[in-house]
Design a protein around this ligand. Structure first.
Ligand SMILES: Cc1cc2nc3c(=O)[nH]c(=O)nc-3n(C[C@H](O)[C@H](O)[C@H](O)COP(=O)(O)OP(=O)(O)OC[C@H]3O[C@@H](n4cnc5c(N)ncnc54)[C@H](O)[C@@H]3O)c2cc1C
Length: 387
């Protein structure tokens, strides 16, 4: 009987795996692709929709344009994975599998901070970005020059920095009365990264009048204020929390080894989990990369891993040995509104960190290249002119 392979999620992990699986598996398996939305979202550009919702047309790609005719797509929310029965549980129904790839990304971690889940926006999908846009517009419409709208962004990683930058661009384009504060618990923004890129990002944000507060952990949140754990509080009209990620709670009861604290699947370099029929990549997984080291939760890593994941599932189907994958850091480009900072870009070997027009073009090129890889040059070029 033909093996059944099921791929969960239509982000970088899911869409990329479907593409590489289709190339490798031939007639040896039937592929079913499940996601709660019927499009792929270029999530790493989703913050653009906060300023301009029309960007959504260019950062969403219908699954029909990604998959081949032989792959079955099911739009449904995954609610669990029963590894004993080899079944993916859906909101209404189930799908049997011989092999499954979990690529459903992550959800926002609230770390038990009182009131945060109830009062803060998060950014994990298109609807989140559009809802932030609506509330930003509402807050600025009600604000005046004497009483500007207070926007607080919690967490200064890739998401928080780019969100703060987009809101600054929104404010400047409309001359809107908005004050923006970016709060980071650790001592520097973009924690864990090179000091040169941290300081380049800081100076771009400060040039855009984003107030940066570091070394302050949010302790609790109520309807009007963010309370700092140590002391003090900030008023807000709009609060966006981007301070951490964890695995989806739908996977909590699944009998596969996961990190105790954040529920992400622990997998080896082949992406195989403690259950040989369950593979995981992208934000949903902690992919071992040597002792105490894991691949980062980035689009870049998910995209690279997907290429090998599809091939490995095809190999598993045929009973062949699996390939090991190593993450290759090709550099980082982070936007602050229309500006950008690039760091350690592999095609620019002698300059570590740079901004300006070249960094801006690189930022666009990365997104457009991904869209081209998933679709075609025409679709990618249309996205280029609008992003
Ligand atoms: C604003 C922002 C900016 C970012 N900037 C960068 C950047 O500059 N560079 C970079 O490398 N990374 C960046 N990232 C991180 C990057 O986007 C993620 O690491 C990446 O999206 C992970 O890919 P993924 O496929 O694992 O998950 P996702 O892209 O989140 O995809 C998950 C998929 O699963 C689906 N799904 C979720 N739950 C379910 C369910 N229960 N049932 C069915 N389907 C489900 C979702 O709809 C989605 O299709 C950014 C992230 C954000 C939010």
């Amino acid at each position: 009987m033909t093996e059944q392979v099921v791929v969960l999620g239509s982000g970088y992990a899911g869409a990329g795996t479907v593409r590489s699986l289709e190339r490798s598996v031939g007639d040896d398996a039937e592929v079913t692709w499940v996601s709660d939305v019927d499009y792929h979202l270029v999530l790493h550009e989703s913050h653009r929709c906060i300023r301009d919702p029309s960007v959504r047309e260019h950062i969403t790609v219908p699954v029909e344009d990604v998959k081949s005719a032989g792959t079955r797509f099911v739009q449904a929310r995954v609610t669990g994975l029963d590894t004993d029965r080899q079944v993916v549980e859906l909101e209404d129904g189930e799908i049997n599998y011989d092999y499954v790839l979990v690529g459903i990304g992550s959800q926002t971690a609230f770390f038990g901070i009182d009131g945060l889940r109830d009062h803060a926006h998060t950014l994990k999908g298109l609807d989140d970005a559009l809802s932030i846009h609506d509330d930003l517009k509402r807050a600025t419409n009600e604000a005046t020059a004497d009483d500007p709208a207070q926007v607080v962004v919690g967490g200064a990683g890739l998401t928080g920095i780019q969100v703060a930058g987009e809101i600054a661009e929104f404010r400047d384009e409309r001359d809107a009365p908005v004050e923006i504060r970016l709060i980071e618990g650790l001592d520097e923004i973009f924690p864990g990264n090179d000091p040169s890129v941290q300081s380049a990002l800081r100076s771009l944000l400060e040039k855009r009048d984003v107030e940066i507060t570091t070394g302050e952990f949010i302790g609790s949140v109520d309807e009007q204020q963010v309370h700092i754990a140590e002391n003090g509080q900030y008023d807000y009209d709009l609060l966006i929390w981007t301070g951490g990620i964890c695995g989806h709670e739908e996977m909590e009861s699944c009998q596969v080894e996961k990190d105790e604290r954040n529920l992400r699947f622990e997998v080896d370099r082949t992406f195989q989990s403690s259950d040989e029929r369950v593979f995981a990549i992208g934000d949903a997984a902690l992919i071992e990369q040597g002792e105490d080291d894991q691949a980062p939760p980035t689009a870049q890593a998910a995209w690279q891993a997907a290429e090998v994941a599809g091939e490995n599932i095809a190999r598993a189907v045929r009973g062949q040995s699996l390939r090991e994958w190593s993450y290759e850091d090709k550099g980082t480009v982070v936007s602050v509104g229309e500006d950008a900072v690039a760091h350690d870009i592999f095609i620019v070997p002698f300059i570590s960190t740079f901004g300006g027009i070249f960094a801006q073009i690189l930022k666009k090129t990365i997104a457009v290249r991904w869209i081209r890889d998933l679709t075609d040059t025409g679709t990618a070029m249309a996205a280029w002119s609008e992003m």
